[in-house]
Design a protein around this ligand. Structure first.
Ligand code: NIG
Ligand code: FE
Length: 368
């Protein structure tokens, strides 16, 4: 069964011109019109790759709107706020956590996200972290163990690298840690990530979010797939990311919600660093699942062109997850695509807050 998309424009990140898109068996098989069983008339609309949201904390209970209101009154964000969500999450049943995560994943899909990474990190006990990863595994194959989110009691790093990793590594494809004052220092993060790497997990790191620290350098040293946040970077940090081919995952919606400066996206791109955009969806710093909102922020606040922002939100996200079959619509790609009700991706930033997503397809199946 072949489906042809025709009569519009196409962003595929391909070298050759794309005049139509043919999808068969869930894959992109042609960039020119050919025989098909099903025709999607685009009527001038634009097809883009599905968004790859490479950084979310979707599995949690409770909300922290009061903390957000306190920020409006001038109280700065601190890592310690995580404990409020940990308490609510531990108290919640698994069915409730699953329902909430599914609702957020459905919300993300409606806004065009076809690949989603989901972290644990609001459990902080062996059983709760395992439970969160089990929930995450019901909504995505890209699950990240974030037991090292904030310390919880004496000997916590030994717990994370020992029994917690034993229980969680089989349920995760990657590991992450929060390298920050109030969370874990560079040596603690190195210990956690080396233990995870020894189990075959890919590495991410929350780095340089709240201040200049050694997180980015550690991500480069360990060959992590990504360094995430990157809000406060020195010139040496930028060079380290480039030289180690670490993707910088930028999360401007977190900066929006925490009243922080925006990460130097322009500087990273100009230096040749691979940049990804992600939502960081979580109840503390960024309670949004909307990649179009993130793109609008990157264009307006971080000096990316609309095309650069879209590329970071698609192919950049795929790089951050180590996936080569998504984030683009080149021949052989998984047919994950979005039809936007606009003639070009510029409208994603030009019409902020407007739902332009007309159709969402994943693996050749229409889901919206
Ligand atoms: O990515 N920085 C660490 N983790 C989250 C925030 C977690 C929270 O405050 O609940 C983030 O911003
Ligand atoms: Fe995060």
């Amino acid at each position: 069964m072949a489906t042809v998309f025709r009569g519009g424009s196409f962003v595929a990140w391909a070298d050759e011109p794309v005049t139509a898109l043919v999808v068969e068996d869930g894959l992109v098989v042609s960039h020119r019109e050919g025989p098909a069983d099903e025709v999607v008339e685009l009527a001038g609309r634009c097809v883009i790759p599905g968004f790859v949201d490479s950084h979310t904390h979707l599995v949690f209970a409770g909300d922290r709107s009061e903390e957000f209101e306190a920020r409006l009154a001038g109280i700065p964000y601190e890592a310690g706020g995580i404990h409020a969500t940990v308490a609510a999450t531990r108290a919640a049943g698994t069915a409730q956590l699953t329902a909430s995560a599914e609702r957020l994943a459905a919300e993300a899909l409606r806004s065009g996200t076809t690949t989603l990474e989901v972290k644990s990190g609001y459990g902080l006990t062996v059983d709760d972290e395992r439970r969160l990863l089990e929930v995450a595994g019901t909504i995505t194959p890209h699950t990240t163990f974030l037991g090292a989110h904030v310390p919880d009691g004496d000997g916590y790093v030994a717990l994370v690298t020992g029994p917690m990793l034993d229980a969680c590594a089989p349920l995760a494809t990657a590991a992450d840690a929060f390298c920050e004052a109030g969370a874990f220092d560079v040596d603690e993060c190195r210990e956690v990530l080396l233990a995870a790497q020894a189990r075959g997990l890919d590495l991410h790191l929350h780095a340089n979010q709240l201040g200049h620290g050694g997180g980015v350098q550690l991500a480069a040293e360990l060959g992590a797939l990504s360094a995430d946040h990157c809000t406060h970077l020195s010139d040496a940090d930028v060079v380290a990311l480039r030289d180690a081919s670490v993707t910088a995952v930028l999360v401007p919606a977190a900066e929006f919600s925490t009243f922080s400066p925006y990460a130097p996206a322009r500087k990273l791109l100009d230096a040749g660093v691979t940049v990804a955009l992600a939502t960081d969806c979580n109840p503390g710093t960024s309670f949004t699942t909307s990649m179009p909102f993130v793109i609008a922020l990157a264009v307006r606040m971080q000096q990316l062109s609309p095309v650069e922002a879209l590329r970071a939100a698609t192919e950049g996200g795929a790089a951050a997850l180590g996936q080569s079959d998504v984030g683009h619509l080149r021949l052989g790609a998984r047919a994950d695509l979005v039809v936007i009700d606009a003639p070009s991706p510029t409208h994603l930033a030009y019409r902020p807050g407007v739902d332009l997503v007309r159709q969402v397809w994943r693996g050749g199946q229409r889901l919206r």
